[in-house]
Design a binder for this molecule. Structure first.
Ligand SMILES: C[S@@+](CC[C@H](N)C(=O)[O-])C[C@H]1O[C@@H](n2cnc3c(N)ncnc32)[C@H](O)[C@@H]1O
Length: 227
C-alpha cells in the first residue's frame, strides 16, 4: 500500500486539479479565485479542497431529479462548497446555506449573486436555524444536507438532517477524520476529535437509519444515504 506523505498528497491534488479541473463554465474562474479573494477579505482558508468540492457536486447531481435538487449546508464560509453543491443541484435546484459569522455571510452572498445560482443564505447558528428550516420546508423535503460547521455539533445537526432528508437523500459531513489532527489520536486528546468519533460511530451503526461510509481523503468525508 502506498504511504501518503504531504508531498504525495500535494502532487495528487495537482494531478486531480489538472484532470478534473473545471467544466468550462465562467463559474470555474470564480471558484478558482474564490479562496484567494476570501483570504484577502480576511476569511480563513478552511474551505473544502477542489476535489472534495467536485465530489459534492457529483453527489448533489446524483440525488437531484430532472427539475433540480434541494440541499441544505451548515457552514458557508465564503460560498466555495456551496457553489459546487449548487452546480450539482442543477439550474432548477435550490440550496439553503447557514453561516454564523456576518463577515463570511456578506462575502458569500456576493459570490452567490455573482454566480447567479439559486442559493439562499441564512445568517445564524446551525442549531437555531435548522429547526426553523424543518418547519418551513417540511420533513423529507431535501435531497442532500452537507455539514461543515462546528464539529462537536455534528451529531445534533444530523438529528435535524435526518428529518429534513427524504429516504434516499444524502447526509455528507466534512472533517470526519479530523482537520488538523488524525482521528487516530487517542480518545480525550481533543473534544472535537471525540465528538467526531462519536458521530462516526453513530452514523456507521444500524441505529442511525443511514447507510454510511467515509471517503478517506486527508480529512475524511462521511457520505450516508437516508434509509
Ligand atoms: C469550515 S468552514 C466552512 C467551509 C465551507 N463549507 C467551504 O468548504 O467553503 C466553517 C464555517 O462555519 C461557520 N460557523 C461556525 N459556527 C457556526 C454555527 N454554529 N452555525 C453555522 N455556521 C457556523 C464558520 O464561521 C465558518 O465560516
Amino acid at each position: 500500500m502506498t504511504s501518503m506523505t504531504p508531498d504525495r498528497w500535494a502532487a495528487t491534488a495537482t494531478y486531480l486539479g489538472e484532470v478534473f479541473g473545471g467544466l468550462g463554465e465562467p463559474l470555474d474562474d470564480q471558484l478558482a479565485t474564490l479562496m484567494d479573494r476570501g483570504a484577502a477579505a480576511g476569511l480563513p482558508r478552511i474551505a473544502v479542497s477542489a476535489d472534495v468540492g467536485r465530489l459534492l457536486m457529483v453527489l448533489a447531481s446524483l440525488v437531484s431529479g430532472p427539475g433540480g435538487g434541494r440541499a441544505v449546508e451548515v457552514g458557508t464560509l465564503g460560498g466555495y462548497s456551496g457553489l459546487w453543491i449548487a452546480r450539482g443541484l442543477g439550474t432548477g435546484g435550490r440550496l439553503t446555506t447557514i453561516e454564523a459569522e456576518p463577515k463570511h455571510a456578506a462575502f458569500a452572498r456576493a459570490e452567490f449573486q455573482r454566480a447567479g445560482r439559486r442559493v439562499e443564505l441564512r445568517e445564524g447558528k446551525g442549531l437555531e436555524v435548522l429547526p426553523r428550516l424543518l418547519e418551513e420546508l417540511g420533513p423529507a423535503s431535501c435531497d442532500m444536507v452537507f455539514l461543515d460547521a462546528i464539529k462537536s455539533e455534528y451529531r445534533a445537526y444530523a438529528e435535524h438532517a435526518a428529518r429534513l432528508l427524504r429516504p434516499g437523500g444524502l447526509l455528507v459531513a466534512d472533517n470526519c477524520l479530523g482537520s488538523h489532527w488524525w482521528i487516530t489520536d487517542p480518545a480525550g486528546a481533543d473534544p472535537a476529535r471525540d465528538a467526531v468519533d462519536a458521530f462516526n460511530r453513530w452514523l456507521g451503526s444500524p441505529a442511525s437509519g443511514f447507510l454510511a461510509c467515509c471517503v478517506a481523503n486527508r480529512e475524511g468525508l462521511a457520505v450516508a444515504r437516508r434509509l
